[in-house]
Design a protein around this ligand. Structure first.
Ligand SMILES: NC(=O)c1ccc[n+]([C@@H]2O[C@H](COP(=O)([O-])OP(=O)(O)OC[C@H]3O[C@@H](n4cnc5c(N)ncnc54)[C@H](OP(=O)(O)O)[C@@H]3O)[C@@H](O)[C@H]2O)c1
Length: 200
């Protein structure tokens, strides 16, 4: 059955693969980003997201692949870099869900993004580990309070093969292809799981 899926961060490494997979499966993909896509919106700006949901009118799922975090050695972390990261990858995703809830279809689904840092810290990744943990905590708890049969899950990829600039910071980690991460989004959105973190 053809579904309409809004992909946030659709122009990024993960978002491109997710969008391509859903289109290959015959679904309608609505691409969103700050600077490109069918609609422009910022996950740190609730009004910009609400405008997208009002314009799209009917959608069955949101796949989010947007969310920046700062990366610094512990002693270089600042209030600003913590605030930026919480506001973007953490609160941005929380507000994406809260803003979309009145608009998403019954039995709809959300797939948010965290990452391997939650359970496997790396040097310079303190904020990433903090923020990913918060996103996963939100997903696990919010799943129990989702109305109308709506589900929510979180995708936690390891470092991507397509992101070689990150590889020196992940010594001994086996990179994963973005196309594999896209399969996890498919499971999160079209499967029956709820409140789960899917590690890829
Ligand atoms: N790459 C990896 O190895 C890896 C591994 C594990 C987890 N992750 C996580 O996966 C997520 C995506 O990573 P990626 O490598 O695919 O990133 P990416 O290639 O930099 O793409 C990010 C995408 O999100 C959009 N975006 C960024 N901030 C946004 C915002 N505030 N509101 C709306 N759209 C926004 C960007 O487009 P615009 O600039 O046009 O908005 C772009 O389309 C990140 O949270 C990252 O931490 C990545």
């Amino acid at each position: 059955m053809k579904r309409t899926i809004i992909v946030f961060g659709a122009s990024g490494t993960i978002g491109t693969a997710v969008s391509a997979r859903f289109e290959q499966e015959g679904h309608q993909v609505v691409r969103v980003g700050r600077s490109s896509g069918d609609y422009k919106a910022d996950i740190t700006d609730v009004a910009s997201m609400e405008a997208v949901f009002k314009a799209v009118k009917h959608f069955d799922a949101i796949a989010n692949a947007a969310g920046d975090v700062a990366s610094h050695p512990l002693e270089e972390i600042t209030d600003e870099s913590i605030g930026f990261s919480i506001g973007n990858k953490m609160l941005g995703q929380v507000n994406l869900v809260r803003t979309a809830l009145p608009y998403i279809a019954d039995k709809g689904a959300f797939a948010l993004i965290s990452g391997v840092l939650t359970n496997e810290p790396i040097l310079g990744g303190v904020i990433g580990t903090m923020v990913n943990g918060a996103v996963e905590g939100f997903v696990k708890a919010a799943a129990h309070e989702m109305p109308r049969g709506i589900r929510i899950n979180c995708i936690s990829p390891t470092v991507l093969a397509e992101s070689p600039a990150y590889h020196p910071y992940f010594p001994g980690f086996v990179p994963v292809a973005a196309s594999q991460v896209a399969i996890a989004y498919e499971r999160a959105i079209f499967g029956i799981i709820n409140g789960r973190v899917i590690s890829v």
